[in-house]
Design a protein around this ligand. Structure first.
Ligand code: ADP
Ligand code: ADP
Length: 229
């Protein structure tokens, strides 16, 4: 099943053309690695698919709880609500809130979704256990290792049952051993639970663990292949 599709998407920042006609679909349960040289448009594509950045031309359609919608045509509030409900995000630095503890960070999307704080914290505790951080609920973000912080980011990305998880260099700041563990967790938390994963990475060995690799150059997708292993 196709969950996301970018059709003839163009995006410029002033005179800089970041996306020059990208058409790409994402299917449920697949992991798509987006690769290419720095500045070729990977992050812009990820942000456009996720409805964070609006393209200058083209459509981004998402087949979710409300049927098929063109994200480009939704008003900002509706698009933000859809993002919070149906998409999860993991970035190179987790963007975790330092003033909150581990469980509170994971619980944020649930509270945005109007779950009561006590139920949200309880659910967050279950997710922390699931990502191998059982018992660290009260730990401050500043007292966690980089790998632990990324596990929390993964827990937060899936806590509200997101159907697509977007990850931009999720293992880029980790040593290779920790990176392998975090990647394994990310794949287990997404594709093996029928979510789609869209991941920007510079690392060929990371990309090869995905089910598909799209390579970009100069704002275009120049190759899109299934990984056979
Ligand atoms: P990548 O992720 O492949 O490094 P990006 O999508 O970040 O590429 O950037 C693509 C191009 O768009 C680059 O030339 C970059 O400098 C430019 N760009 C990206 N975001 C912005 C922005 N917010 N403002 C201005 N230029 C941007
Ligand atoms: P990466 O290529 O590792 O994704 P970048 O350093 O190219 O990281 O960009 C990180 C973010 O910064 C991008 O997603 C984009 O939104 C923003 N950005 C990139 N280039 C520019 C730019 N020239 N001006 C403003 N913002 C930019």
């Amino acid at each position: 099943r196709q969950v996301l599709r970018a059709s003839s998407v163009f995006k410029s920042y002033g005179d800089t053309a970041a996306l020059q006609g990208v058409t790409l679909e994402v299917r449920a349960g697949e992991s798509l690695a987006v690769m290419g040289p720095s500045g070729c448009g990977k992050s812009t594509l990820l942000q456009t698919l996720a409805g964070i950045t609006l393209p200058n031309a083209g459509e981004v359609t998402y087949a979710g709880q409300e049927g098929v919608q063109n994200l480009v045509l939704l008003d900002d509030e509706t698009r933000a609500a859809l993002r919070a409900r149906e998409f999860g995000f993991v970035f190179q630095q987790g963007l975790l809130l330092d003033e909150l503890n581990a469980a509170e960070n994971v619980a944020v999307p649930l509270m945005v979704d109007r779950l009561s704080p006590s139920d949200a914290i309880a659910r967050a505790g279950q997710l922390l256990a699931q990502v191998g951080l059982g018992g660290l609920d009260d730990r401050r973000i500043g007292q966690l290792s980089g790998g632990q912080a990324q596990r929390i980011a993964i827990a937060r990305a899936i806590v509200s049952n997101a159907s697509v998880v977007f990850a931009d260099e999720p293992t880029g700041a980790l040593d290779s051993h920790t990176a392998g563990d975090v990647l394994e967790l990310l794949l287990a938390s997404t594709v093996r639970q029928h979510r789609a994963l869209v991941m920007v990475t510079h690392d060929e060995s990371v990309a090869r663990r995905c089910s598909r690799i799209a390579r970009m150059s100069d704002g275009r997708v120049i190759s899109d292949v299934r990984v056979t292993s």
